[in-house]
Structures are given as C-alpha cells and as structure tokens.
Write a protein that binds this ligand. Sequence first.
Ligand code: CU
Length: 202
Amino acid sequence: MSTIDPAGPSASRVAYLWWWMLGGSILLAALVLLLLLVALFRRGVADRETGGHKRVWIVGLGLAMPIAVLMVLLGFALWIGERNLPTGPPAQTIEVTAYNYGWEFCYEDGTCSQNVLRLPTQRPVDLDIRSTDVIHSLWIPRLAGKMDAIPGQVNRLRIEANAPGIYEAVCAEYCGIGHAGHRFVVEAYDDPVPDSMMELAR
Ligand SMILES: [Cu+2]
C-alpha cells in the first residue's frame, strides 16, 4: 500500500513528483536551519544590515524565492497531472460501483466481481467510477492516485499494472461506520487470464 513503491506508470509519476518535492523541502529546510544558526551565533548581524540588505532578505528570500519555488512545483504538478489523464483508447473499460461498504466491478464481457478487480498487465485500463449512496474515493496506492466516487456522476481513472500481482486498495473518503473495512484487492494477470483465476475472482 505504499505510494513510493509504485507498480504502474501513473503511480510512478506521482512518486517521481513526491521525491522531487522531498528533495526540495530538504534543501529549503537546510537553508532555513542554516540562517537560524547564523542568527543564533552571530547576534547583532541583522542590526548592522543596511536597508538594501534587508530588501534582499524580505523581498528576495521572503517573497520572490517562495513564489518562484511554488510556481515551479505547480508547473511540475500540472505537467504530471496532465500526463496521468486518460488519453488514447484504453485496452478496456471497467464499470466500478462503490457503495456502503463494498465495490462492484463489471467488465466488458458482462461479468461482475465483488471487492476483487481483475486486470490485464501492461495495458491501460479505464475505471468508470460511480457511487450509489455517499461519496467514496477509490485508491490503489501502488497503481494510481485517488479518484472520488460521487453519486450521480461518473469519474474516470486510468490505471495500469506493470507486473502481475495483488495490489491492495481502500476507500480514501470517510463514508460511514464501516469505512475502515471499505477495501478491495486488485489482481493483475498476464494475458490470457487463466480460467481457474476467472472463476476464483467471480
Ligand atoms: Cu467508502
């Protein structure tokens, strides 16, 4: 269930952004800590600063730098988000219905499964997500970001699994007393899906 152990392209992009943000935060935190140490051990330095220097500290480091850093991060996040949108035709579309407290997955061949989502590997799959009661949120941490399930609306999420395996998933929006148990598993298979597995998943 770790987002920094991605198993698909969408989650990999999110993890990539996360590592860059962590690196940036460490650099900035180090800079602030350094300035704090300078202030502690060289008391009086600030008092001797002239007006020009104060402009560097307040306008430069206090305003311009955070705005520039946040703009770069915003641009980076928008670029990642754009690339995670469903573009091009999916290998298949699966109808997902969230309800208190379970998940139903209906496939193009007309079959449905409860609380188990079967996927082919290395192929983009679109989930068309609905809710029959309250707002839920579908989250498969190792495959993609979260997507809300909202009554009266269809939200599409593109996912892809790099390798066969079992991936755990949860509802990421508090939806009632059974929320903690509102989970499902993703079973990703190399094609073709073995008949015995199909039976199991049903
Ligand atoms: Cu829920």
